[in-house]
Design a protein around this ligand. Structure first.
Ligand SMILES: NC(=O)c1ccc[n+]([C@@H]2O[C@H](COP(=O)([O-])OP(=O)(O)OC[C@H]3O[C@@H](n4cnc5c(N)ncnc54)[C@H](O)[C@@H]3O)[C@@H](O)[C@H]2O)c1
Length: 352
């Protein structure tokens, strides 16, 4: 594995919403990393991000950036249907890869990305920033230490404001909300359970599509998924988007000896009471960059430190693959109206 104690030079591919969050971390919060180039297929996004972050090296394609070549790693924050080609291309050029969730469209694409990284001796980290959130990371340590005993049931929810862009709600380009909004929940329930999912059942509902004039096939704005794990434990994932009231991400774990609740619907520890008819008023988390601000910084610190030390990142390609497999099984479940075994969607070697 190639290692470097020098500053890690990063080329960011996809200067949209998530791209700017990572550009901000690299520019202001992660001294070991240096943002040196942007790639974006849309000229306007490229120019505006370049101006915002003072980056002169701007390319329309990854191949153009690779030809220039003066960087060690890529951060890929493009739509899901582009992930495989970009991640494999970067790995083949010998660049370490930070790849946003969902890792790819299907298990075969995940496998191709994992083997390209292995073959070319580069690191691969998936954007499961919740693992680096101070509250979630502390809770994980306490579960590992046995404080609530063996996890029996884990519930994880993500409810987000705002209608996702067309590519993110279309099953053909992203696998829809279970992927775009709930990938993090898939990773959290598996990580905390310490076991792989075995069987999945999902129900969906569409309350607001007509109001937002969404005609995407199979669009849904509510999903509930039940999971049985190999350990015998149970999980559930709730997704709602758009949910109007704010950004809400919480986890509840019931173990053999206790319960742990992680996350708060309140965005600040402030409660104001001025009117006894209205009761209390408290701010709520408004957006995902706000709720997980520290998590995005810490995951990028981890990626850069892993490159410098030559260590494997803790949110791996295999973790990304399992989240994608869960999404595919959950989607097949509501499309075919039946429980789906993970062995139906995994490649034969993994399903054994
Ligand atoms: N970890 C998180 O919490 C989080 C939050 C939001 C988005 N994401 C993920 O980040 C990725 C991007 O989402 P987004 O909301 O930032 O999307 P976005 O639409 O805001 O931005 C995507 C950008 O990629 C560019 N692009 C598209 N195809 C390209 C290509 N082939 N080469 C170069 N540039 C290309 C677009 O022009 C656009 O500027 C998705 O995988 C999404 O799931 C993760």
């Amino acid at each position: 594995m190639r290692t470097s104690t020098q500053t890690v030079r990063v080329c960011l591919i996809g200067a949209g919403r998530a791209g700017k969050v990572h550009a901000n971390s690299l520019t202001h919060h992660v001294p070991g990393g240096q943002l040196v180039a942007f790639v974006d297929a849309a000229q306007e996004s490229l120019e505006s991000a370049g101006e915002q972050f003072g980056i002169q090296q701007r390319f329309s394609t990854l191949n153009d950036a690779i030809e220039w070549g003066q960087f060690d790693a890529v951060v890929i924050t493009t739509p899901t249907f582009t992930h495989k080609e970009l991640a494999v291309g970067a790995a083949q050029a010998g660049k370490h890869v930070f790849l946003e969730k969902p890792m790819a469209l299907n298990v075969e694409e995940c496998d191709a990305i994992i083997s390209a990284a292995e073959r070319n001796g580069v690191l691969l980290q998936i954007g499961f920033m919740r693992r680096f959130d101070p509250e979630i990371a502390a809770a994980y340590e306490r579960v590992q230490a046995g404080e609530i005993g063996t996890p029996m049931t884990i519930k994880s929810l993500t409810h987000g404001p705002g209608m996702p862009p067309p590519w993110a709600r279309d099953l053909r380009t992203s696998n829809g909300m279970l992927a775009e909004v709930n990938s993090h929940d898939w990773d959290s329930v598996r990580w905390f359970m310490g076991s792989n999912p075995q069987r999945v059942y999902s129900e969906i509902a569409n309350f607001k599509g007509a109001r937002y004039q969404v005609d995407t096939p199979n669009f849904y704005d509510n999903v509930l998924t039940q999971i049985r794990f190999e350990s015998g434990g149970l999980g559930s994932i709730s997704g709602i988007c758009p949910c109007e009231y704010g950004y809400d991400a919480r986890i509840e774990i019931v173990g053999e000896r206790g319960i742990m609740q992680i996350g708060d619907i309140r965005g600040q520890a402030v409660i104001v009471g001025t009117n006894r008819d209205q009761g209390y008023v408290t701010p709520i988390h408004r957006t995902w960059p706000q709720r997980f601000a520290w998590a995005y910084i810490h995951e990028m610190e981890h990626f850069i430190a892993c490159i410098q030390k030559g260590e494997a990142p803790s949110a791996t390609g295999v973790d990304g693959m399992w989240a994608v497999a869960g999404v595919i099984a959950g989607t097949r479940s509501f499309l075919e109206e039946r429980p789906v075994l993970l062995s139906e969607v995994l490649s034969p070697a993994k399903a054994d």
